[in-house]
Write a protein that binds this ligand. Structure first.
Ligand code: BEZ
Ligand code: FE
Length: 301
């Protein structure tokens, strides 16, 4: 019998886990244990604080529904999702377009629309065109790439919030044409607050943060043999462009709507963005996050 103290218990834990069969699981859990123990020692966590932390995580889990993934939100507000994205971008063999957060409002199965279609059912403000070309990192066009688009309305709400998940709006899927080009119509989405009515919102309030995301359009771009790109375009004149609560903005993703002679649809201001897709490594996944419905156990038939 060994007498364990706050240091030797770390070694004892690592020793018990030493036989983990999967080497990657071993690497991740070893590091998680070392860092968690070091964190507890550094802040000298008290039993009451430990319980409070567990209560918080329990509440985060209980706030999850098929329409809401509070754990993704937690990862986002503490910057972990952004770190995972940055590492993912850095690990690419080739320099493709930059990633951004998938966020909790992505849905599989949005309607596939013809190029040029309006993704907003009833636009009440100026319509904009978003267009550009999808190429590989050498500039060769990528025809047939699937571009999944989703955004908030001009009121700053996703369809999941305005329609309670009963029908889709402000989203659509497009295929690039034979020259890799895409174009669609939308309205400028309004920036919005992340959901603040749950445990993560409480934490953000306690930290005196505003909870806002600047106006943005999400895009998820996939093509065979290329890395899937999860990203978003951010409107540079938004008040919150420099203080996104979830750290999704990067300079290379900032855009503006302009008069644009290169736009394939005349009479609209346009946002132009050309995407570069890097080659995929076999079996590689490019997503940080997922459709929250895929996290929930299916109801018994
Ligand atoms: C979003 O952009 O949809 C989002 C990302 C992180 C947290 C909340 C929302
Ligand atoms: Fe968003």
């Amino acid at each position: 019998m060994v007498d364990l103290d706050e240091f030797t218990v770390t070694d004892a834990t690592l020793e018990q886990m030493a036989g983990t069969a999967n080497p990657r699981l071993k690497q991740i859990m070893d590091a998680a244990v070392r860092h968690m123990h070091a964190f507890v020692r550094e802040v000298e966590l008290t039993p009451a604080e430990w319980i409070q932390g567990l209560r918080f995580l329990t509440a985060v889990g209980q706030a999850c529904t098929p329409l809401r993934q509070e754990f993704i939100l937690l990862s986002d507000v503490v910057g972990v999702s952004a770190v995972v994205n940055a590492l993912h971008d850095r690990k690419a063999k080739e320099l493709g377009s930059q990633s951004s957060l998938l966020g909790p409002f992505f849905r599989e199965g949005a309607p596939e629309l013809p190029l040029g279609a309006q993704i907003v059912e009833q636009p009440t403000v100026e319509e904009l065109v978003v267009h550009g070309q999808v190429t590989d990192t050498h500039g060769a066009p990528v025809p047939g790439a699937l571009i999944q688009v989703w955004q908030t309305s001009e009121r700053g709400l996703y369809d999941l919030q305005e329609r309670n998940g009963e029908s889709m709006d402000m989203r659509g899927n497009f295929r690039t044409d034979a020259t890799g080009h895409y174009f669609f119509r939308t309205v400028r989405p309004k920036g919005y607050s992340i959901p603040m009515d749950g445990p993560v919102g409480e934490l953000v309030h306690a930290q005196r943060r505003h909870g806002m995301r600047p106006s943005h359009i999400h895009m998820l771009i996939g093509a065979e043999r290329h890395r899937e790109l999860v990203t978003a375009l951010y409107f540079g004149d938004d008040d919150y462009i420099d203080s996104d609560t979830v750290f999704g903005v990067s300079g290379s993703l900032v855009v503006a709507a302009k008069d644009d002679p290169s736009s394939p649809m005349k009479g609209y201001r346009a946002v132009r963005y050309d995407f570069r897709l890097a080659k995929a490594e076999p079996g590689e996944s490019g997503r940080v996050g997922a459709d929250p419905t895929t996290f929930m156990p299916k109801a018994a038939e």
